[in-house]
Design a protein around this ligand. Structure first.
Ligand code: DX5
Ligand code: ZN
Length: 233
């Protein structure tokens, strides 16, 4: 995985058919996604429960792009090794998940995986400053984590813009997660984001059998975002 600032679409499989992950992943990859975003929830840090390392390991076999694992769990540290072994390429932990985020990021880096830091909407991006030299990605949440299909929180756009300037020329991705669609994608790209996570806006109206809908949904997001890039270039 090399660093580049091209726009990347990362469908969240939280909106896929859980009974058919293999086919769902092959469908979004065939339709041109860049990364596959995997939302891990523990029913404690966030109110919802999803899946753990064994399922990540099972779906890894179907992923040929990048497995982007978003850990919404607390504590994080006891599980890092297991998610690394399950085949994650990027492991993202929340700043709010515990008091020792620096240690958590060091532990992720020690596995040889890329390290991501996620920030809830209630957290100032300034809190990421001491950690920016340790991370490969900062994930700015544009919803409160826990569920797909929530409304985009517009006040986060200014936070993304500020984060972009705080990152400066470090090779750090800005990922945006929550409520990203063809209307909100241009706003976050203009503010400096390059990785767009989208669940409902990718899976809406489609299925693994009608995967061209996924393709059309992803193209709509990408094109809206790229128009913004060209206009501000
Ligand atoms: C929210 C998750 C997101 C979510 C995105 O807790 O981290 O990845 O599934 O879904 P949409 O795009 O539907 O907001
Ligand atoms: Zn996510």
């Amino acid at each position: 995985m090399t660093f580049d600032k091209t726009i990347k679409i990362a469908p969240s499989i939280l909106s896929a058919d859980f009974a058919d992950f293999g086919r769902e992943i092959r469908a979004i990859e065939a339709e041109g996604c860049d990364w596959v975003h995997v939302d891990v929830m523990d029913g404690h840090f966030v109110p919802n429960l999803t899946f753990g390392p064994p399922l990540c390991k099972a779906i890894r076999k179907h992923i040929t792009t990048v497995m982007d694992v978003h850990l919404m769990i607390a504590p994080v540290d006891p599980y890092i090794e297991a998610f690394a072994e399950a085949g994650a390429d990027i492991i993202t932990a929340h700043l709010e998940a515990g008091p020792h985020t620096h240690r958590t990021l060091q532990a992720i880096k020690a596995t040889g995986k890329k390290a991501g830091l996620a920030l809830n909407p209630g957290t100032s991006v300034d809190a990421a400053v001491p950690l920016l030299d340790l991370v490969d990605l900062v994930c700015v949440m544009t919803v409160n984590p826990g569920y797909g299909g929530q409304k985009f929180i517009h006040s986060q756009v200014d936070q993304i813009r500020r984060l972009r300037s705080l990152i400066g020329d470090r090779p750090v991705h800005i990922e945006v997660d929550g409520g990203v669609d063809p209307v909100t994608a241009p706003l976050v790209v203009d503010a400096g984001a390059d990785v767009l996570v989208a669940g409902s806006a990718v899976y809406r109206g489609g299925s693994a059998e009608t995967s061209s809908v996924y393709g059309a949904n992803m193209r709509a997001i990408r094109e809206a975002a790229q128009i913004e890039r060209k206009m501000t270039a």
